[in-house]
Design a protein around this ligand. Sequence first.
Ligand SMILES: Cc1cc2nc3c(=O)[nH]c(=O)nc-3n(C[C@H](O)[C@H](O)[C@H](O)COP(=O)(O)O)c2cc1C
Length: 196
Amino acid sequence: MYNVIFKRRSVRFFKSNPISKVDMREILRAGMWAPSAKNRQPWKFVVVRGKSKDEMLALMEKGIERSEKGEGVLAGSSDLYTNARFTLKCMKEAYNIVFIVNPNGRDIEEEWTPADKIHELSDVQAIGAAAQNMALQATSMGIGSLWIGNIFFAYEELTEWLGKGQMVLAMAFGYPNHNPCPLARKSEDEVIEVRD
Ligand SMILES: Cc1cc2nc3c(=O)[nH]c(=O)nc-3n(C[C@H](O)[C@H](O)[C@H](O)COP(=O)(O)O)c2cc1C
């Protein structure tokens, strides 16, 4: 397991080879077996490929353009647009994109009570665990993955297009076309505090 954890990298260049349905199902099943608060399993996995992927990418492009014009939830994050466009290119190359949607999640712009916020924070943790399970399972099968936060540039467009609740994250999958070097991590002393 430790090996797979260290072997996983964010893959941003993909070959065009398809991922078989059987292999993709195995990756999704790894996601479904993540822990969740009160076993709520706050997720739907939407696998997007082929023509649907083209449709989705056009919306993503529209969202980035809208942000550049100063509209949308990420308007004003100008330093991030180039990064978002690069992510879009990675998404185009990937064989498929899996969205994880929380059917009971709340809209970003809604008013939250503290209880709502805690509920949602727990669900987001569970969804993160599902995503990591999928990334590790993919790594163990020689399949590359990329966790995509830049979908939030097209939050409005993609949430409506997915139509299943709160869009929380997306992950791209495909066979790697490069061998990314590991990025340095902070030192253990910086991030670990032990209190006896
Ligand atoms: C919540 C989250 C959002 C991310 N969003 C993006 C993204 O939109 N585009 C991208 O290229 N990488 C994205 N990444 C990948 C990170 O940049 C990457 O994990 C980090 O630089 C460490 O590299 P590694 O995954 O190879 O260890 C995201 C990762 C996480 C966990």
